[in-house]
Write a protein that binds this ligand. Sequence first.
Ligand code: ATP
Length: 238
Amino acid sequence: MSAPSLEVTGLAYAYPDGHQALYGVDLRISRGERVALLGPNGAGKTTLVLHLNGVHRAGAGHVAVGGLPVEKRNLQEIRRRVGVVFQDPDDQLFMPTVADDVAFGPANFGVTGPALDSRVRGALDAVGMAEHADRSPMHLSGGQRRRVALATVLACDPEILVLDEPSSNLDPVARRELAEVLVGLDRTMLMVTHDLPYALQLCDRAVVLDAGVVVADGPIRELLADDEFLRRHRLELP
Ligand code: ATP
């Protein structure tokens, strides 16, 4: 049996000011799963993500990606394996053209020539943006920019995609287009979101964090059908 895409065991973390943000978090994601990471403001979701891509080092516990412990890898290798798509596409788009932005990651990891061209084409095809390859990212719509940001990560062929609030600030059409792209990718995903309907549409499973503790991990449909659970953890369905 292959190693899980992500395995977090007993992860605890306190910020330098002493604030304990995570207490013994366990999370295991198998290859191909799409999991929503839910929880109220301040639950520890961002703190957890910042452990996955190596920004924070665990105070206690372990994180392994594709069976390899994050603690033992260098930052560049971690970033290749854990593809974080940030909430603001501006954090990921800074080159003159869309194709340049998508090539930037794999080129940095040593991919060159026809292999690089093929990565760029494949990633732009996967997000439905191939015909915009030569345009400036600055001239694209918000939804298009978010899909290009996703392509910059896909081009690095990560073990797991981590999506931070993927539906925020998108109009209904762009929301639907992005959802179609994400479903079509057939990738392991961890989606951090407050948008419960979007999570329900895209994920089969939800992990709920509250005050740094995993309070539920199970089928998303069942969790979100429990009104008392939603109220207790300040989660809201529209
Ligand atoms: P949101 O949904 O609002 O983005 P979150 O679930 O991502 O919240 P985190 O940002 O991980 O939550 O924060 C978890 C806890 O850690 C909160 O109590 C927060 O105030 C605290 N925290 C976050 N960053 C720092 C920091 N740099 N120093 C001290 N405490 C912090």
